[in-house]
Design a protein around this ligand. Structure first.
Ligand code: NAG
Ligand code: NAG
Ligand code: NAG
Ligand code: NAG
Ligand code: NAG
Ligand code: NAG
Ligand code: NAG
Ligand code: NAG
Length: 474
């Protein structure tokens, strides 16, 4: 964050010219912080004033100032406190955040600052692009969701903080995004009894942080906690990097996925710790080229692809790599689940170097996934091919392996290499490995040794049938 003196001088002079020219039009208080060489813009509450921050910004700005266009413009900080945020955790600071976003959005390289040691109560909000490139949301303080589930705005039940159409954007910092979800977790009945409330908790529960139709997004270092439902969701997006984050909510919180990917491509999720009441990472239809590695997961439901093909829908998932994962105390380890009756394919999936500790079922393919007591057997299935399980090592609490492939079209090219699973000391009613309609190869070491007989060999005809189903996904 250094620039040469000439440049500073130039921008300083430029600053004066611009302020002089625009002073009569807009009321602005701009402040220079010499010690840090950053500039903080302070705006009045009047919304129209934030319409053109570039025109009175001392920092090099986008289009209106073409002779500055080629310089890096990393010197603009938009602190929410300068936009009338109170940061006391009680006052609604949504408007301040939105104003800071709208101002920063127009300045290439701008940083929106959520300062440490403040708590900002934010109502459901959409922060929308497109913005200038390389905008950063620096969260060092805390963002708090409204705690009352019953008064959550009905038009925004899908998410709390929604990023839409943003590109080349980073969220980082040592701060926390707190969904304050506890009211959402209790079943409405229990909630009614406790609070004698006549209002209902809505069935749709918000995701804490959602990116929609966005690209080249980095989320790093922050903590996301206590979401009403999913913590971090990427939907219809591309080019995602998640690194060094912590996601946590109580084990008893239902449906609180850690990271949820849907229709999203080119993703790397790494070096993060996730413990929630549901999946650590959930990969849904339309995802490809996803790399998940160096994750601590648990408690929760493990890492899963699916459920895919619900209500006879089409599902396409391919080129997924999950490796170097440590799982403690999860319900499942690595899992693919599909509903009966769907169409489409899951192919080229690799789960390797998965260390499991006291995981109920470490390895699972379930093509009979059903969230009710019993689902009808149906023809048609999301076809699974090319799934490698390698170096899955540790302890299980119920069943080491569960491969339940479709009656209609079996799984093909399922490989089990180096599986070493021992019953944990806490095992609850041990079951033998289950293997049904799964073709592939296995390679020692294999423990328990009955895994050796798990896979059927051959399956050339079935492989051809499986391929014929891929066209749905082109
Ligand atoms: C200027 O920056 C320094 C160092 O980061 C900080 O301690 C100080 O509070 C800042 N002053 C203002 C007015 O923003
Ligand atoms: C807000 O700014 C606009 C344009 O600069 C001006 O016309 C309007 O009077 C201002 N409103 C307030 C409340 O300051
Ligand atoms: C996104 O990243 C890719 C690869 O780094 C790059 O080619 C592309 O231009 C970037 N797009 C945006 C909008 O930043
Ligand atoms: C944004 O684009 C720049 C230049 O292409 C690149 O260096 C940076 O890594 C990108 N940031 C993100 C979050 O993709
Ligand atoms: C990870 O994030 C924490 C803040 O939450 C930060 O202190 C630490 O430096 C980050 N580590 C890396 C390797 O970036
Ligand atoms: C995750 O947990 C491990 C072990 O407790 C710790 O060393 C690491 O720093 C944590 N990483 C993050 C991103 O919190
Ligand atoms: C399988 O996926 C990996 C990881 O995304 C990729 O490198 C590889 O090219 C894919 N293989 C095929 C045959 O598509
Ligand atoms: C569905 O098919 C499986 C495997 O053939 C069978 O065990 C099960 O009883 C069937 N379920 C129903 C509800 O018909």
């Amino acid at each position: 964050m250094k620039r040469n003196t000439n440049f500073s001088l130039l921008s300083f002079l430029f600053f004066f010219v611009i302020v002089f020219n625009t002073f009569s039009m807009i009321s602005v208080e701009a402040r220079k912080n010499h010690s840090k060489k950053t500039k903080t813009h302070k705006y009045q509450k009047n919304k129209s004033n934030i319409a053109s921050p570039g025109s009175h910004s001392p920092a090099p700005a986008p289009a209106p100032l073409p002779h500055y266009g080629s310089h890096p413009t990393q010197f603009s900080t938009f602190d929410v406190l300068s936009f009338n945020a109170k940061g006391n955790g009680i006052w609604d600071d949504s408007k301040a955040l939105l104003a800071a976003w709208n101002a920063a959005c127009k300045v290439s390289g701008a940083t929106i600052k959520i300062p440490a040691e403040f708590k900002f109560l934010i109502k459901p909000i959409t922060l929308q692009g497109p913005c200038m490139p390389e905008i950063t949301l620096q969260i060092d303080g805390t963002l708090l969701a409204p705690p009352q589930a019953t008064s959550w705005p009905k038009f925004s039940l899908f998410q709390w903080i929604n990023f839409k159409w943003v590109q080349n954007f980073t969220i980082k910092g040592s701060g926390t995004i707190d969904g304050q979800g506890s009211q959402w977790w209790s079943s409405s009945q229990i909630y009614h009894m406790q609070k004698r409330s006549s209002k209902h908790i809505p069935d749709t529960k918000p995701t804490a942080l959602r990116f929609y139709s966005s690209s080249n997004i980095t989320v790093r270092d922050i903590r996301i906690t206590n979401s009403p439902q999913c913590h971090l969701k990427f939907d219809s997006s591309k080019g995602i990097e998640v690194n060094n984050i912590t996601i946590s909510s109580p084990e008893s919180s239902p449906n609180t996925d850690g990271i949820h990917l849907q229709n999203t491509k080119d993703v790397e999720i790494q070096h993060s710790n996730i413990s929630t009441g549901d999946d650590c990472v959930s990969i849904q239809t339309g995802c490809s080229n996803v790399h998940v590695h160096n994750i601590n997961c648990g408690p929760g439901h493990g890492i899963s692809l699916g459920g895919l093909g619900k209500y006879k829908s089409a599902a396409c998932v391919s080129n997924i790599v999950v490796q170097d994962i440590s799982m403690q105390n999860t319900l499942y380890g690595v899992r693919i689940k599909t509903w009966q009756g769907g169409i489409g394919t899951v192919k080229n999936v690799s789960f390797s170097r998965i260390h499991v500790s006291d995981v109920k079922v470490p390895v699972m393919i379930d093509q009979y996934y059903c969230d009710k007591h019993l689902c009808k057997n149906q023809t048609g299935t999301v076809v699974i091919s090319g799934v490698k399980f390698e170096e899955i090592i540790g302890t299980y609490a119920v069943q080491p392996i569960h491969l339940a492939c479709s009656n209609d079209i079996p799984c093909t090219d399922v490989d089990l290499n180096d599986i070493q699973l021992r019953p944990s000391l806490n095992y609850r009613g041990f079951q033998q490995a289950l293997c049904w309609n799964s073709y592939g190869k296995s390679q020692a070491p294999l423990q328990p040794s009955d895994i050796d007989y798990c896979l059927r060999s051959g399956g050339g005809l079935i492989r051809r049938i499986a391929r014929s189903h891929e066209s749905v996904c082109y």
